[in-house]
Design a binder for this molecule. Structure first.
Ligand code: SAH
Length: 383
């Protein structure tokens, strides 16, 4: 736990190091262990949990059901922190993106996508990524480190802050769904992701239903069963190719866990039914994976698996070698799938103007800052 304490995201107004422990991201047992020496146990512990995760209190003085002296002691030792917001952008379509900076200077992005019937927060699980998928901008960056549980929970709490949803209203919430589809591979950081999701799902706190959480993986086959058995959240698979030869190239983890193994893990996913389908994400790449033959092969591959297919028009990024399939090709692909009774909505890009769409995260912000730095340097040089 010592290590975890050291990594907790603590906001300090003056930028100085604050040695107080951040309570956000501790599970109930851990919270009990650190608070017991201060006389907070049982019912009081539950109250504190609710102040943090149900009411969103960030100041112990707001926790009026606790005695004043207790609040003062807590403030001496602890904080209820949030990740620091480095930049915040809003797209013309209402999508918002936050670049968050953790105390060690590492950064990730979270994106909120408003839709008529829901509002989805896309959460990052790693700083950078190890997977090197050829069409993904995040994949061109090296992996830096895992995002820890407090930092994952912090992303959700920041969104609740942004919408003032403490406690969350019964109707018309801005934040209804969470997708683990930001930067990184959540199943290469399972312990932190699982711990964070348990906190997020706790009915006395943030209260997000497992039915409204989706974990997306490029196919870490040995971990898939555990996700269903332990967390029971929805599963999404980044498929992108239906033949091993091509998938080996596009999604290199396929060389380790080929399609047959991946499909078997999908068939075995606990809790799967027609009402609870696996989402297969498929980025449409011109002349690469968008032929009618690919659509046919997909139908064969997914036979017997309760599936939804998300066709994602490729979002380009500077230096990418791919192009997005034509509208006609995407339509033809989608039509074929629906003729075969497969649900295959085309996912329209959101937040492209702020580089918040699938596969565009993080690099752009790095790039922007680099160019801002260059501009500043040029200014200094010419002065
Ligand atoms: N590593 C996990 C979580 C990331 S999810 C996974 O691969 O599932 C991010 C989704 O965006 C994945 O489906 C990814 O394949 C997709 N994606 C990546 N780059 C993209 C791009 N340029 N255009 C459209 N979708 C992209």
């Amino acid at each position: 736990m010592t290590q975890m304490m050291g990594e907790s995201p603590i906001i300090v107004a003056d930028g100085a190091t604050d040695t107080r422990l951040n309570l956000v991201g501790l599970d109930q047992d851990e919270l009990g262990a650190v608070l017991a020496p201060h006389g907070i146990e049982g019912f009081r512990l539950r109250q504190l949990w609710q102040w943090i995760y149900y009411r969103g209190a960030t100041d112990f003085d707001q926790m009026t059901s606790l005695a004043k002296t207790v609040r003062a002691t807590l403030a001496d030792h602890f904080v209820v922190g949030r990740p620091e917001i480095s930049t915040h952008q809003q797209s013309t379509d209402g999508t918002q993106k936050w670049l968050l900076r953790f105390p060690d200077g590492k950064e990730v992005e979270s994106v909120h996508i408003p839709e008529t019937d829901r509002g989805t927060l896309c959460v990052s699980s790693q700083v950078g990524c190890t997977l090197t998928c050829k069409f993904c901008h995040t994949g061109t960056q090296r992996w830096v480190r895992n995002v820890d549980a407090p930092e994952i929970v912090g992303q959700v709490m920041l969104a609740r802050d942004a919408f003032g949803e403490w406690p969350a209203p019964d109707h018309d919430r801005a934040l209804t769904n969470i997708v683990l589809m930001g930067m990184g591979e959540p199943l290469y950081n399972y312990d932190n992701v699982a711990k964070a999701m348990r906190i997020v799902m706790d009915g006395d706190g943030l209260g997000m239903s497992k039915r409204r959480i989706t974990l997306s993986t490029a196919g870490v086959v040995p971990m898939i069963e555990q996700v269903g058995a332990e967390l029971g959240v929805n599963l999404a698979i980044s498929l992108h190719a239906v033949r091993d030869e091509l998938r080996d190239e596009l999604v290199p983890i396929n060389r380790k866990y080929p399609l047959a193994d991946l499909m078997q893990a999908c068939r075995d996913y606990p809790g799967l039914s027609n009402a609870r389908r696996i989402t297969f994400e498929y980025v449409m790449l011109k002349g690469v994976n968008d032929s009618l033959a690919d659509a046919k092969a997909m139908v064969e591959l997914l036979k017997g698996i309760p599936a939804k297919i998300n066709l994602i028009p490729f979002n380009p990024w500077p230096g990418s070698v791919f192009e997005c399939s034509s509208n006609n090709a995407i339509r033809r692909f989608a039509d074929y799938l629906s003729e075969e009774n497969m649900s295959a909505p085309i996912r329209h890009a959101r937040g492209q103007d702020i580089m918040a769409a699938c596969g565009q995260l993080k690099s752009a912000s790095e790039k922007l800052r680099a160019s801002a730095r260059r501009a500043a340097e040029a200014e200094v040089a010419s002065a």
